[in-house]
Design a protein. Structure first.
Length: 313
């Protein structure tokens, strides 16, 4: 299988036939593709629409129905788990993304990239959605070191190897490029179409931005320190210990100069507390190291990723 298009669906009854037709039209030139539609516990007639097209085109359309609404990320993960393509495209089902962009994105991928990310340059959502997302994109870019304009755009093309290696939790589908980057993927960004929502309702409000920022902490930790947590905790520990010690010495010297009792100063207690916090942080790092070993070794996970092999088994 060459190409899998995965689309999460929650109450998108009217858009489903349009999505299918648009995908079919866009992929006309590609003979080997599948469209994986994941019904994320829709409560409207989405599933009936899905059955119709799955029955009409069984060679292309695959259908997965989740038992309840698990959220967009989980629905995407279910689709990816079932995808057989060498390339995997993620796309929203509400027709805000345009399937017609897919061939152009694949062409870009073929220039030697592992991820091609869509950028909704003229985004058709309210300013109240666009501004927080602009700030979030900037922060995510700084923190992960992958400066994309539009993490939130679902329409992205991935080589199979860079998307199947890790599990997705919370709102994390948007961070797949950051995970991919951490395993050495090359990432490109292209401007894609974006349309106003014609049918159904948007499923999210502002609270999503907060979830995204919280997820960012996890992503940063997982991508930068998951195989070496003691570097983070230990680094923090050493800094705290040094700071505590310097504060202590400063107080001691000041006492020599001014004759004030060190013990009477609350700063004295604080300096010792900071020092102890540093020691604790290093111990926490050691515990995290144990957890990491359980994580990698129980699942036989590797701490490296291979791009290509020649003459080796
Ligand atoms: N979606 C889903 N499960 C959910 C919420 C959303 O599968 O719990 C799907 C939804 O049907 C759509 C896509 O995720 O195909 C993006 O949702 P939406 O258009 O509401 O988000 P936005 O375009 O505002 O980012
Ligand atoms: Mg949408």
């Amino acid at each position: 299988m060459y190409l899998s298009v995965v689309s999460p669906i929650f109450n998108e009854r009217e858009s489903i036939p349009l999505l299918y037709e648009a995908v079919k039209k866009a992929l006309g030139e590609i003979k080997d593709w599948e469209l994986i539609l994941v019904d994320d516990g829709s409560t409207d007639a989405s599933y009936d629409e899905l059955i119709k097209i799955a029955e009409a085109d069984p060679s292309h359309v695959r259908l997965i129905r989740l038992r309840r609404n698990f959220g967009q990320t989980a629905a995407i993960a279910a689709g990816v788990d079932h995808a057989q393509g060498e390339l995997i495209v993620l796309i929203d089902a509400d027709m805000q993304n345009d399937p017609a962009d897919i061939p152009m994105m694949i062409a870009k991928l073929d220039e030697g990239y592992d991820v091609v990310s869509g950028w909704r340059k003229s985004r058709q959502d309210n300013a109240s959605r666009r501004l927080p997302s602009k700030i979030a994109n900037w922060i995510i870019g700084k923190v992960t070191g992958v400066p994309l304009h539009d993490y939130g755009c679902t329409l992205k093309v991935y080589r199979r190897e860079v998307i199947t290696g890790f599990r997705l939790y919370g709102e994390m589908h948007r961070f797949i490029p950051a995970f991919a980057n951490s395993v050495g993927a090359k990432i490109a960004e292209v401007v894609v179409n974006h349309h106003p929502r014609r049918f159904g309702k948007p499923k999210y409000g502002l609270e999503r931005t907060m979830k995204v920022v919280l997820d960012l902490f996890t992503v940063k930790f997982l991508t930068s320190f998951s195989s070496k947590p003691i570097y983070l905790f230990g680094g923090l520990g050493f800094s705290l210990m040094s700071f505590g010690m310097i504060l202590f010495l400063f107080l001691a010297v000041r006492r020599l100069g001014w004759g004030v009792s060190v013990v009477a100063s609350p700063l004295f207690t604080i300096s010792i507390m900071i020092f102890i916090l540093g020691v604790l942080s290093i111990f926490m790092g050691l515990i995290a190291e144990l957890l990491v070993r359980a994580y990698y070794e129980s699942q036989d996970k590797k701490t490296y990723f291979v791009r290509d092999r020649r003459n080796v088994n």
